[in-house]
Ligand binder design. Structure first.
Ligand code: PMT
Length: 411
């Protein structure tokens, strides 16, 4: 059953997001992967197996013991455990709270959970569920167990859920999940030997012991870059402002709060870095002298004199030596012009410019739409994509750029 790109088992759990697994199946097939779908009984309540049989060109495994359904390929449980032997990756999407609990505790109550236990390849889990279920300590503990087992978790997105709640729990974009599966099947190690220093998230500048100035950065762009670099074999140091994200596997995370702490952490880790990426949204101003006591509500108007924070990117630009320096530019207008200006003034090799202040991309969004201004003079448009996909493209272009710059230097 092997496809040119490899073979994947796609397990589908019983949640409203099961319909999105059809898009995932299509994205996998488009990557020339052979896809064998396994549906739980609950999943079949949401989508019919025929949908997946049509998309993948193969019959769907629907349960452990019955071969009555014309859409099932079952002859015996043992035979179907054999299905797993050919596949390099088992991806489960949506991975419900129930499935994750069963995986974590080794329960084999149906075909998919039995297959999971018998499977020796790589596992990718894309959870999707109600926000409260996602946040429940039981789910968090199961997730921790599964992460520790080395499984790749494609975290759910924040958003409007079918149950009417708004929050984390929505299945990740099918393209992001397909990309994760592809990476598991065909790991690229083209960043082996590199040390990548990345900044992510906002900074918080205190105004008094309880108040601060900050911005809407979620850290997702920087964390996506850290994840992508680690997967491709780099040693990664992630200097992170206060965010609410899980630490990427295999990444050293240095937590900071203010711009000045971020500057110190960056400078302390500059020496081994070969590539530096500044995706953090650093506050441009701070209160130089923070009062020890809470500011009282006494005057009708409060004026605060703010001083500029250190420009970390510009400072690194002056000290970068032979390192590849990539800055970001968050703009509400004149994106190309501003990205090029920051490339020059901060001595960067590449500036990733994103238009911010728009719904769905940039700050606190799952996707980003980025242009890359390069030191060679070129400007590339990456188009809108999940941040994980954008991160991969930034590294692709960074490696090409370094070769081009070396070639220019040698002339
Ligand atoms: O975190 P997310 O929610 O995923 O959102 C991602 C993002 C929109 C924050 C990210 O894609 C992004 O654009 N990051 C840079 C935001 C920013 O501060 O841009 P800027 O144009 O103000 O700064 C230009 C560059 O200088 C940036 O690389 C910034 O890290 C750096 N800088 C800025 C000020 C400062 N005092 N020191 C700096 O190093």
């Amino acid at each position: 059953m092997s496809g040119p790109g490899g073979t994947v088992l796609l397990g589908i759990g019983g949640g409203i997001a099961a319909y999105k697994a059809a898009e995932l199946a299509r994205a996998l097939v488009q990557r020339d992967l052979a896809v064998q779908v396994v549906m739980t009984a609950a999943a079949q309540e949401f989508v019919r197996p025929l949908t997946f049989a049509s998309l993948t060109g193969r019959r769907v495994i629907t349960d452990m013991f019955s071969s009555a359904s014309p859409e099932a390929t079952l002859s015996s449980a043992v035979e179907h455990i054999g299905v797993g032997q050919e596949a390099g990756v088992l991806v489960v999407a949506p991975a419900t709270a129930d499935l994750m609990a069963k995986f974590a505790h080794g329960l084999a109550t149906d075909f998919l959970t039995t297959l999971y236990l018998a499977f020796t390849g790589r596992v990718v889990l894309a959870p999707a569920m109600n926000t409260n279920m996602w946040r429940h300590p039981a789910t968090a503990a199961n997730l921790e167990t599964l992460r520790a087992r080395g499984h790749r978790i494609v975290d759910p997105e924040d958003g409007f859920l079918a149950c009417g709640m708004i929050g984390p729990g929505r299945l990740a974009d099918p393209e992001t999940i397909a990309e994760a599966v592809w990476q598991e099947l065909h790991p690229r190690r083209d960043l082996e030997g590199e040390t990548v220093l990345i900044t992510a998230g906002p900074t918080q500048e205190p105004l008094d012991p309880v108040r601060f100035i900050s911005n809407r950065s979620s850290g997702r762009m920087g964390y996506a870059l850290a994840e992508a670099a680690a997967e491709r074999g780099a040693r990664v140091i992630l200097v992170s402002g206060p965010v609410n994200l899980a630490e990427p596997a295999g990444v050293r995370v240095v937590r900071v709060r203010t711009a000045s702490e971020m500057r110190e952490a960056v400078l302390a880790n500059l020496e081994p870095a070969t590539i530096i990426i500044k995706a953090a949204a650093v506050a441009d101003f701070h209160l130089a002298s923070v009062p020890e006591q809470k500011i009282k509500k006494t005057a009708a108007r409060l004026s605060l004199a703010l001083d500029p924070t250190p420009d970390i990117l510009a400072e690194v630009g002056r000290a970068k030596g032979g390192r590849l320096l990539i800055g970001f530019a968050a703009e509400t207008e004149n994106l190309r012009q501003e990205a090029r200006r920051k490339l020059q003034t901060k001595n960067c090799d590449m500036v990733a410019g994103n238009l911010v202040g728009r719904e769905g991309t940039g700050f606190d969004a799952e996707e980003n739409e980025v242009i890359l201004a390069l030191r060679t003079g070129e400007v590339l448009e990456l188009g809108r994509a999940p941040k994980r996909v954008v991160a991969g493209r930034i590294f692709d272009e960074a490696l090409k750029l370094r070769l081009a710059l070396h070639a220019l230097d040698e002339r």
